[in-house]
Design a binder for this molecule. Sequence first.
Ligand code: SIN
Ligand code: CO
Length: 373
Amino acid sequence: MPAPLGALTPAAFLHDYWQKRPLLVRGAFPGFGSALDGDELADLACDADVESRIVSRADGRYETRIGPFSSEDFGALGDRDWTLLVQDVDKQVPELVTVLDQFTFLPAWRIDDLMVSWAADGGSVGPHVDQYDVFLLQGSGTRRWQVGTLDASGFVATDEWLLQPGDMLYLPPGLPHWGVAVGPCMTWSIGLRAPSAAELVSDFCERASAPLTDAERYSDPDLTADEGGDGRLSEAALARARALLDATLAATHADLPRWFGELVTAPKAWLHPVPPDTLLDREALAACADTQRLVRDPRTRIAWFPMPDGTLRVCVDGHSEVVPAALEPLVRRLCGPREFPAGTLTRYLDDDGAAALVLRLYNGGQLTEADDD
Ligand code: SIN
Ligand code: CO
């Protein structure tokens, strides 16, 4: 299936729009019909393990309440001016993950989640700015989207579109926008993730400091008498501090691909895949892969890169392991389409290393038997 970018190729989209300017794609998903209705979304929002919020407007002010909600909460809402938003719907309703699979022109690790909103007529979260790119796919009904400027005096629209089911609006980060439901409507937001600089620095430093012991510390066997006495921090002391910092960060710098791969594949803490009730051994796995359709769990985040010595580092859900170069076709396939029809993996499993990798993924819950009911 081609990328949902209308007449644009992925390369043209990335060059001209990505992280730069909004793009409206009419009929991005032709004939799109939401595979989820408002009641199903409300059911999800009653689950304590699911992130949800209701934004309602009264007297011109927006008010946000955080879920989980009860059916009474929904009963008390009127028929206007409120929106229910549910995060990570792709992990809750695995059929919906196929929408995210249309975005393979982006690195998989950049895709965060599918958020679905259901709005009553007039429903909106208000004008705001997001830090992440987003693709806003109209699921059902109509929504008016405006983009513009937002400052202390309010939002001023510079562009406006009415989106119908299947239409999609891409917005780069930092662009003020405002979506208002024109009649009841459902919007699917394909949300991207990008670590903040603060997150990168703090995680990197945590990684760098983990192996250090108390014995590794500032030392000054070269201390001279003229560094003491007048309270001044000497150039030599600053140079020692800088050298210690550089030396301790150097090891993590050298291991930057691993650190980054583990960081960007780490799922949200409450969204880890769950190991199966029955763990398999190699023979049982081979039989299972032969006869069952397997799927990669929608919560699983997987990426890989070649190491300088030709081996591969495979990063899965915040952890990583090194596998032989010969496993590259398998690793690429594991990162590819999330469905593995019966027999797909069979050809790889004669190899001990390949069988061990697939077994770890199965027993870790990353690869599961498809639910075919
Ligand atoms: C919505 O679906 O109502 C809001 C999405 C957004 O503007 O971030
Ligand atoms: Co937004």
